[in-house]
Structures are given as structure tokens and as C-alpha cells.
Design a protein. Structure first.
Length: 88
């Protein structure tokens, strides 16, 4: 059981690190490079474009990866228990 918990914790930390490294650092990037706020792509400025249109697909992707990997971890753990009980 501890191996499953450890693997799930590792997965959660990896997903949170990916989230923090992308969306968490976005305000810092715009603070350190204020000229980026003046960049316009069509009628929208770059900060609004990133925050309003690209954030949500990224969150959905991270959630999808987390759920898929979490289910795979649980499947692997169930197989390990089944194999161990058959060997006994």
C-alpha cells in the first residue's frame, strides 16, 4: 500500500510542479519583461490571450494526464496484489 501512496504522491507533485512552472511563473515573466504586455495578437494583448484562452486547455490537459496516470498506478497495484495472492 505504501508503494501506491508513494507513487500517487510523486504523480501529484509532478503535476503541481508542471502547473507551477507554467501558470505560476506567468505573472513573474510579465513583471520581469513588462514589454511583453504591449504585444498584441489581433485585438488581444499577450497576457489576456495567455490567461483567457491558453490556461484552460492546459489545466484540462494536466487533469487528463493526472487521471490517466493515477488509474494506471492503481491498475498496476491491483495486478501486484492479484499476483501476490495467486502465489500464496
Amino acid at each position: 500500500m505504501s508503494s501506491l501512496l508513494r507513487e500517487q504522491l510523486r504523480l501529484a507533485v509532478a503535476v503541481l510542479a508542471a502547473l507551477g512552472a507554467t501558470l505560476g511563473l506567468l505573472p513573474l515573466v510579465f513583471f520581469l519583461a513588462p514589454d511583453l504586455a504591449g504585444v498584441h495578437l489581433g485585438p488581444l494583448s499577450l497576457p489576456w490571450l495567455l490567461l483567457s484562452f491558453l490556461t484552460y486547455p492546459w489545466l484540462v490537459l494536466l487533469g487528463w494526464v493526472y487521471v490517466r496516470r493515477s488509474e494506471a498506478n492503481e491498475r498496476d497495484f491491483a495486478e501486484l496484489l492479484t499476483t501476490a495472492s495467486e502465489d500464496s
